[in-house]
Design a protein around this ligand. Structure first.
Ligand code: SF4
Length: 263
């Protein structure tokens, strides 16, 4: 019988983990505080407008942001689809696009990111984790995404997003209420933990609305969405789902994790 020793961090001998995954690498990992006047204005805007925008359409929400936001807005793109890129190019043209490159994406996702960069005039900011994949393996042990996906998402998504949101007064998300019970009551406009505006223009959209818009506007298609992947995250943590199954069932399948921590 062979015994495999696994240490307290969930790593096997030879994985050479040297750091507790609860401790992020040294380096920037949070958002710079907003100037006081911008934070105050954001809070006033949410107080005044959140209820009115709760069920508003995407154009109304983005035009509202273009008119009222007290600073530049970042539009976060997962590249699963490019609906937000198209909407922002029409109704929030002064925004930047922001893509979290975790280092674990499908190659198709990176190809969509390249196409977005070519198709739209907005600057595409790519947010990178502090550590490359080999560096993360060396410091935290191999396959952190299996041993501690929450820590992996924190270091490769949540913290890079936080750092890269620093120049912005707010950010646009692709949240939809249909995406799951944790999102069923999500607002179209709120404040994030740093006081920035969190704006979700397709919050009321169904999957069908999204597909219709992609078709009508002839948007860039992520090829895996036609191969059983209605929700696409990192390659290591995303499986295809069966017809009629919860679209997010393939995300961290086999674990009780359902969110990456961004929302
Ligand atoms: S989805 Fe998986 S690989 Fe990607 S950051 Fe989260 S745990 Fe890591």
């Amino acid at each position: 019988m062979t015994f495999i020793q696994i240490n307290a961090l969930g790593n096997q001998p030879g994985d050479r983990a040297t750091r507790d995954p609860e401790q992020s690498p040294e380096g920037p990992n949070s958002t710079t505080p907003l100037p006081m006047d911008v934070a105050k204005r954001n809070a006033e805007l949410v107080e005044e407008w959140a209820d009115q925008l709760y069920d508003a359409d995407a154009q109304t929400i983005l035009e509202w942001a273009a008119e009222h936001a007290p600073g530049k807005i970042a539009v976060t793109l997962s590249m699963e689809n490019t609906v937000l890129a198209e909407l922002a190019s029409k109704y929030l043209p002064e925004s930047d696009f922001l893509f979290l490159d975790t280092g674990y994406h499908f190659k198709e996702t990176l190809e969509v990111a390249q196409q977005v960069d070519q198709r739209y005039p907005q600057e595409l900011v790519t947010a990178l984790p502090l550590l490359s994949r080999p560096e993360q393996d060396s410091v935290y042990g191999k396959n952190l995404y299996q041993n501690n996906p929450t820590a992996c998402c924190r270091m490769r998504k949540v913290e890079p997003l936080a750092v890269n949101l620093s120049p912005y007064a707010g950010w646009v998300t692709g949240l939809r209420r249909v995406d799951g019970p944790t999102r069923a009551q999500a607002p179209a406009l709120s404040l994030d933990a740093t006081g920035r505006l969190k704006i979700s223009p397709i919050i009321t959209w169904s999957l069908e609305d999204t597909e219709n818009y992609i078709e009508q506007q002839q948007l860039i298609i992520h090829p895996l969405t036609k191969q059983g992947y209605p929700s696409i995250g990192c390659e290591t943590c995303t499986l295809p789902v069966a017809e009629g199954e919860d679209p997010r069932a393939g995300r961290w399948a086999g674990s009780n994790k359902t969110e990456c921590g961004l929302h």
